[in-house]
Design a binder for this molecule. Structure first.
Ligand code: NAD
Ligand code: UDP
Length: 386
């Protein structure tokens, strides 16, 4: 492999990365990229490894010996500190990060996103190790514009809705709205890491993903996850399409999101890994401001793309409205709009997303259809126990 150069033209030295949560959606794509395109070594920590199995066996793979899986629950495992010490860089992805869990398992959500993340920060700080921490765009909460009167012309002014790392406030709902423990825990760990940087010299980078989507995201209920489980929107809508059920639009599907293709976003993470001088001390939005839709529009696009990919006709009523209380239970609330400002990541790392929403939905739904259509047909053909 030719020597890799950083953005300032210096050769990049091979490093050892301790990746916590490596078996998840983002972790699996990051491991894949690091194995295929870099000489770096990965200590992959997770409680599951199904999504990275392909990278771990057999021994004949070109990267054999550069990725090691450690089945570890970071809540209670004394091996964690040793693994952080062994690495040059720690990337912490581990989290409960599915909105259906926030209001139904708020304690687990807070522990997972704050308490369990504390030792990782401590070990990095005490051992002078660099940390890349995965936070979330949800730390911004609701936009300032959402509090303006419905007919206010200011709602159209980007100053009231574009989310900027260094100036936007974090606006959450009241305590009984248990949508927000996740965002609040993520915000507090960001503040703690920032303070460790200021007071103890911790080298850190914070990543705020804005709806990264693509293959291997979450699970399809009843196939590779619990039948009653509620994954994030891509997997919910994929599941509905595969089962030929109407897509469920929570509270009318009026919330807006920007979606970025996982493969574009992983390029940004690799730039952070390999350009510490440009990434340390920064918080980065990583998203695609050009891919904004309402959830209703997303449902329409996914239905059209799925029809093309599967060759199956569209349902007569492709979607239905459901209330958030019915879908998620008491205490659900929502972010109204999420457009990332890209100034900082552009300036520091020169990164821009490339893939349009149509293109990323086509490759992702092709994957979903190939991976799940047969299994769904078989499971639906089975007589149900009465
Ligand atoms: P994911 O659920 O697919 O991955 C998280 C992984 O962490 C899972 O494999 C899980 O088993 C592991 N994990 C959780 N608790 C653990 C523990 N105690 N010990 C060991 N492993 C543990 O989620 P993802 O989409 O890959 O997200 C990764 C990170 O990015 C999370 O911190 C999430 O909050 C953040 N994020 C992602 C998005 C997105 O668009 N996908 C958006 C905002 C934030
Ligand atoms: N949503 C929906 N139907 C579903 C699943 C989700 O309308 O079957 C909505 C949800 O209420 C939210 C948006 O889709 O407004 C995105 O939800 P997701 O779970 O992906 O996470 P979020 O972006 O809210 O963190």
């Amino acid at each position: 492999m030719a020597a890799r150069m950083d953005l300032d033209g210096r050769p990049i030295k091979p490093m050892t990365i301790c990746m916590i949560g490596a078996g998840g959606f983002i972790g699996s794509h990051l491991c894949e990229k690091l194995m295929a395109e870099t000489p770096h070594k990965v200590l992959a920590l997770d409680v599951y490894n199904d999504k990275i199995k392909r990278l771990l066996e057999p021994d004949s793979l070109p990267w054999a010996g550069r990725i090691e899986f450690h089945r570890i629950n970071i809540k209670h495992d004394s091996r964690l500190e040793g693994l952080v010490k062994m690495a040059d860089l720690t990337i912490n992805l581990a989290a409960i990060c599915t909105p259906a869990d926030y209001n139904t398992r708020p304690l687990d959500t807070i522990y997972s996103n704050f308490i369990d993340a504390l030792p990782v920060v401590k070990y990095c700080s005490e051992n002078s190790k660099r940390l890349i921490r995965f936070s979330t765009c949800e730390v911004y909460g609701k936009t300032i514009g959402s509090f303006l009167p419905k007919d206010s012309p200011l709602r159209k002014d980007p100053a009231y809705y574009v989310l900027k790392e260094d100036t936007s406030p974090c606006i959450f709902g009241s305590i009984e709205k248990q949508r927000w423990p996740y965002a609040c825990a993520k915000q507090l760990i960001e503040r703690l890491i920032y303070a460790e940087g200021a007071e103890s010299g911790l080298d850190f980078t914070i990543v705020r993903p804005f709806n990264w989507i693509g293959p291997r995201m979450d699970f399809i209920p009843g196939i590779d996850g619990p039948s009653e489980g509620v994954p994030r929107v891509l997997a919910c809508f994929s599941n509905n399409l595969l089962r030929r059920e109407p897509l469920k639009l929570v509270d009318g599907g009026q919330s807006q999101r920007t979606f970025v293709y996982i493969k574009d976003a992983i390029e940004a993470v690799l730039l952070m890994i390999e350009n510490p001088d440009r990434a340390n001390g920064h918080i980065f939005n990583v998203g695609n401001p050009n891919n904004e839709v309402t959830v209703r529009q997303l449902a329409e696009m996914m239905t059209q793309v799925y029809t093309k990919v599967s060759g199956e006709p569209m349902l007569q009523s492709p979607s239905i409205d459901v209330s958030s209380k019915e879908f998620y239970g008491e205490g659900y609330d929502d972010s109204d709009k999420r457009i990332p400002d890209m100034t900082i990541i552009n300036k520091q790392l020169g990164w821009n997303p490339k893939t349009s929403l149509w293109d990323l939905l086509e490759s992702t739904l092709t994957y979903q259809y190939r991976t799940y259509a047969e299994a769904i047909k078989k499971s639906m053909a089975k007589p149900t126990a009465s």
